[in-house]
Design a protein around this ligand. Sequence first.
Ligand code: FMN
Length: 156
Amino acid sequence: MKALVAYLSYSGNTEEVAEIIIEQLAQEGWSVDQYRIDFDPLLDITKYDLILIGTFTWYEGRTPDEIKEFVLDIGYKPENIAVFGTGDTQFGGEEQFCQAVDRLVKFYESRWEGLKIEQSPRGAQEKIVINWIKGVVEDVNTFIKAGKNIRTAISE
Ligand SMILES: Cc1cc2nc3c(=O)[nH]c(=O)nc-3n(C[C@H](O)[C@H](O)[C@H](O)COP(=O)(O)O)c2cc1C
């Protein structure tokens, strides 16, 4: 199974979450491509069984422009997108915490709950990241066991 982990990170927190996810997927036997949004050349996302998009949240709960551009570049709504992100409750409290994650989950009608991490995932929150990706993979595996193509099976 092939996964894409695409993320945007200025100060490294979202990248750390991406690294934990990549490590866990690799441990479970997945082949994983890492993609830095706004940095790496555009790629064909149709070849992936699972697409994970990672974002931080900016000014009053906003989605970074680079993420919006990436969404436009994708140009359609793949069914197999899961969303993760980091934020900080110091900016706008719970209400604006990781709102970019909520927005992307809603936009893509993601089957999976978005993962929200406060700042760096290293330490106590690492387990939360691992459990989240394990849950997503477990769900994907139910489709595979049923002999279905995850890229098209979700809405069937
Ligand atoms: C100017 C500024 C505004 C921010 N606004 C929010 C916000 O509204 N909601 C939120 O959850 N986090 C907010 N944050 C926190 C960042 O999303 C958080 O630090 C995140 O982990 C940064 O990700 P990165 O290290 O991958 O760049 C803000 C940070 C800065 C510097």
